[in-house]
Design a protein around this ligand. Structure first.
Ligand code: COA
Length: 174
């Protein structure tokens, strides 16, 4: 398994992981209307823009590749949330691993590489938002994250609670 920075030709593979992982993770948590509207082509266009942003240094975007196929990705940048950015300078905004590749250590490897890169960029703290009903909250606890705040996230008119996991000092990241 290889972890590397995303390149433009990864957009379709990232979109596939994004859509498939949303469907396998969020059915029953997010409104069906949102999940049923997901579309590989639209998602690919969005990821082309995000990959371009990463080339311009506006965000970091890493992929996990196995047998020349993208099986996971993560990304983020400077935290622009006014309520938390003072204490948590960077964020991890997306992290998705295909269901059949979960619990094999790929998520931990991706986030560890992401944290090394943001530390090199002189960020010392990080936040990630997780839906309260998502069982992957445990993953962030295992990595040393602590719930530091909560907020609502509105999707198709439904309010979903999110927990903000923070690392005030990235030296506490495991
Ligand atoms: C959450 C996610 C990124 C974790 O990546 P992963 O590759 O599956 O996790 P790892 O194998 O690196 O897990 C490391 C440890 O974290 C813990 N862990 C990971 N996922 C867990 C879960 N769902 N429940 C409980 N503990 C979990 C375990 O202790 C695990 O070690 P173990 O398997 O030896 O017990 C991945 O499962 C995923 O993409 N899930 C669906 C999408 C999602 O929820 N993304 C996060 C949105 S905020």
């Amino acid at each position: 398994m290889i972890i590397r920075k995303a390149i433009m030709s990864d957009a379709a593979g990232i979109a596939r992981v994004h859509v498939d992982t949303w469907l396998s993770t969020y059915r029953g948590i997010m409104p069906d209307e949102k999940l049923d509207s997901l579309n590989y082509d639209q998602c690919e266009k969005k990821w082309q823009r995000n990959i371009q942003n990463s080339f311009e240094g506006k965000e970091i975007l890493l992929v996990a590749e196995e047998d020349e196929k993208i099986v996971g990705f993560c990304g983020g940048s400077e935290n622009d949330d006014p309520l938390t950015k003072e204490s948590y300078a960077s964020d991890l905004r997306v992290l998705y691993i295909l269901k059949e590749h979960q619990r094999k250590g790929i998520g931990k490897k991706l986030v560890s590489e992401y944290v090394s890169i943001i530390k090199e960029l002189n960020y010392t703290s990080m936040i990630i938002w997780v839906l309260e009903d998502n069982s992957s909250k445990k993953f962030y606890e295992v990595l040393g994250g602590k719930i530091i705040t909560e907020k609502d996230y509105e999707v198709c008119g439904k309010k979903l609670k999110c927990s903000g996991y923070g690392w005030e000092d990235l030296n506490d990241f495991m």
